[in-house]
Design a protein around this ligand. Structure first.
Ligand code: ADP
Ligand code: MG
Length: 280
């Protein structure tokens, strides 16, 4: 069941050769159940760290993270992550891979697991591929299996860390379109880390813009475009262009440059980041 996520005053410090790295400082984000939120920002600004904290793979040094009202203190199948290189087992068939998490959970019969796996595979355009092994699939198909594998768990929140970034442009576009449709059909809570800014324009309700050193939320962009959206919609492309130009400008500002930030195009709205997360 989709749940809300509350990231409350979260800070994370790493140590590298005796030096402190402020990966995140006082981050506040509240995500409603069923909302699609993207985290964007330059490399090294703490995007993956934030996702790993929500996944429970890391613990914050300050603050806390609530998912469905409960503190995320460790990994859970309710908060699975889809990584850039989908982690699937090479020695298992597609179906075995997809039902793996359910099998571990142990509450469904073999037939029920198979049905859920088949359903997820069909949603991801992989009907008829159940008996294949990962080496018999393309890169795009393997990422689809990784997503199907997360979906069958019906997680409280789906976490994605640039899951399409190792794919070629055409495959990425096709997967993005399918992801957009899938989200419309399921309306699950999604937290998606991305550096390709055309994806948030297509997929997200809201984009959190992070800056680095220390990693922090700079601004929040609301994407008001109607759904269904397509990657070739002029409005989606305009917002993608604008987000890209905007982040480039912010990088200049960080280096001490002076720039004028472009105005948002239709369908996008900038909101100064709230400094206190609240649940609605
Ligand atoms: P992003 O995903 O936005 O590229 P990361 O969250 O991976 O950024 O990293 C944020 C910062 O924290 C970077 O400076 C990175 O080098 C540092 N960092 C991340 N993980 C660790 C770690 N386990 N140990 C030390 N430093 C880390
Ligand atoms: Mg990362």
């Amino acid at each position: 069941m989709s749940a809300g996520v509350l990231i409350e005053n979260v800070s994370k410090i790493f140590f590298h050769r005796g030096e402190e790295i402020h990966a995140l400082r006082e981050v506040n984000i509240a995500i409603d159940p069923g909302e699609f939120v993207c985290i964007a920002g330059p490399s090294g600004c703490g995007k993956s760290t934030l996702l790993n904290l929500v996944a429970g793979l890391e613990r914050p040094d300050e603050g806390r993270i609530l998912v469905g009202g409960e503190e995320a203190t460790g990994p859970s199948p309710e908060r699975t992550v889809v990584f850039q290189e989908g982690a699937i087992f090479p020695w298992m068939t597609v179906e075995r891979n997809v039902e793996y998490g359910l099998r571990m959970r142990g509450d469904l019969s073999r037939a029920e697991r198979r049905e859920r796996a088949e359903d997820a595979l069909e949603r991801l355009g992989l009907a008829g591929m159940s008996d294949r092994f990962p080496h018999e699939l393309s890169g795009g198909q393997r990422q689809r299996v990784a997503i199907a594998r997360a979906l069958v768990m019906e997680p409280q929140v789906l976490l994605c860390d640039e899951p399409f970034s190792s794919l070629d442009a055409i495959t990425r576009r096709r997967l993005s379109e399918d992801m957009s449709r899938l989200w419309e059909a399921t309306r699950m809570t999604v937290l998606w880390v991305e550096h390709n800014l055309y994806l948030p324009a297509l997929l997200a309700d809201r984009v959190m813009i992070l800056a680095s050193h220390p990693g922090r939320v700079l601004d929040e962009v609301l994407v008001h475009l109607d759904r269904p959206r397509s990657p070739s919609d002029a409005a989606v492309l305009r917002i993608g262009d604008w987000l890209t130009a905007w982040l480039e400008a912010l990088a200049e500002v960080e280096q001490g440059g002076r720039v004028v930030l472009p105005h948002p195009p239709g369908g996008a709205e900038v909101r100064p980041a709230s400094h206190h997360a609240t649940l609605h």
